[in-house]
Design a protein around this ligand. Structure first.
Ligand code: PMV
Length: 347
């Protein structure tokens, strides 16, 4: 914990937080603004796909400043309007939380760099809001527990951010209603060495945000059936991960991802995230499995395909995906331990 005397304008903290990939997905909310999900989700926290945020306290009453860090030169650029809006709303929330806990209403200067394409179904909001929540609360001098951090990250409106606070294999929410809306670790990262080999098919922003997808989900005629199936699937998925049973895991993973997209495609109005390349990768993964390669696919709210496999299969799977015409680039990621504080700041 920082000394109370350090908690004044000029104080800086940098945190790197990873993205995560859901094995059982969050899709549909009882309260969208506060990210209270209809069903529990279960995910694996990653290592390579990260958001890194530096937060500096500004004197009371000063406006917040939000920058994106250029991946190559490291220059700070004004963040685009849509991105800035969501970040600023979360800064307001965290400032109000700080005031409730005895801190002055400081302004914040924030600079963030994603290690991967933002807003392309690669959960940049999960890592981004997790990093921001950790960095702001630390800059304000709090060393919070994981439950409280997870709950604060969730209040950003990105439910998956609450899972990125923890490492390993994570379930969210833990209990009912707003009191139970924080994530918890089910198994640590070293329980099972799984990799996520990401086939990047598109890098532009997706056409329909996950927030809009959540809003439309209950309009699908298949949604009630999904809700009936989910409790059994979550239990089976947790058991497969506990037993490190890849064959059972693979079937459940694919069944769940296809169902999410079935719901999206049959929502009113429909949401189509897939591109022709998505289908190419899905077919390649099925072909690999038929040949005995342990690999299974899943997709979030985007066209890119996450191919999950045991760590030792990574090189073979990645090479195979790199050979596909529609794959622009392959990211080799793996299960990891969660957010870390860093000494090096962006400014
Ligand atoms: O956290 P949000 O609002 O970006 O929603 C996440 C939605 C999915 O990525 C499709 C599923 C999930 O559980 O991560």
């Amino acid at each position: 914990m920082a000394e109370a005397s350090e908690i004044r304008p000029g104080h800086k903290i940098t945190v790197s937080a990873p993205s995560n990939i859901a094995f059982v997905k969050y899709w549909g909310a009882t309260d969208l603004q506060r990210a209270l999900p209809i069903n529990p989700s279960f995910s694996m926290t990653l290592t390579e796909c990260t958001s890194r945020s530096t937060v500096e306290l500004l004197p009371e009453g000063m406006s917040d400043e939000v920058f994106l860090v250029d991946g190559n030169g490291g220059r700070l650029a004004e963040a685009p309007e849509a991105f800035r809006g969501r970040i600023q709303a979360h800064l307001e929330r965290l400032r109000a939380w700080g005031v409730e806990h005895g801190r002055p209403p400081y302004g914040f200067r924030v600079a963030t760099r994603n290690s991967f394409p933002a807003a392309a179904g690669l959960a940049s909001s999960a890592s981004g809001f997790a990093a921001l929540t950790c960095a702001v609360t630390r800059a304000l001098g709090f060393e919070l527990g994981l439950e409280e951090l997870s709950d604060l990250a969730r209040r950003s409106g990105s439910g998956s951010a609450s899972r990125s606070i923890l490492g390993g294999y994570v379930q969210w929410p833990t209990g009912d209603g707003e009191e139970g809306a924080y994530a918890h670790q089910v198994f640590p990262a070293d329980h099972w060495d799984l990799a996520d080999v990401i086939a990047v098919i598109e890098t532009g922003p997706k056409r329909v945000s996950s927030l809009e997808g959540h809003r439309r989900a209950p309009s699908s005629p298949h949604f009630p059936r999904r809700l009936e199936l989910l409790p059994g699937r979550l239990t089976a998925m947790r058991k497969a991960v506990e037993a490190r049973d890849f064959d059972t895991f693979a079937l459940l993973l694919e069944e769940e991802a296809i169902e999410l997209h079935l719901i999206a495609m049959s929502s009113k109005p429909p949401v189509f995230y897939w591109q022709p390349g998505t289908v190419e990768v899905l077919a390649a993964v099925r072909a690999m499995r038929d040949e005995g390669v342990p690999a299974a696919s899943t997709m979030d709210a985007g066209a890119n395909v996450h191919v999950v496999c045991p760590g030792e299969a990574t090189a073979g799977v990645a090479e195979r995906l790199e050979g596909l015409t529609s794959v622009q680039r392959v990211i080799r990621d793996r299960v990891g331990p969660g957010p870390t504080a860093l000494d090096e700041h962006f400014f």
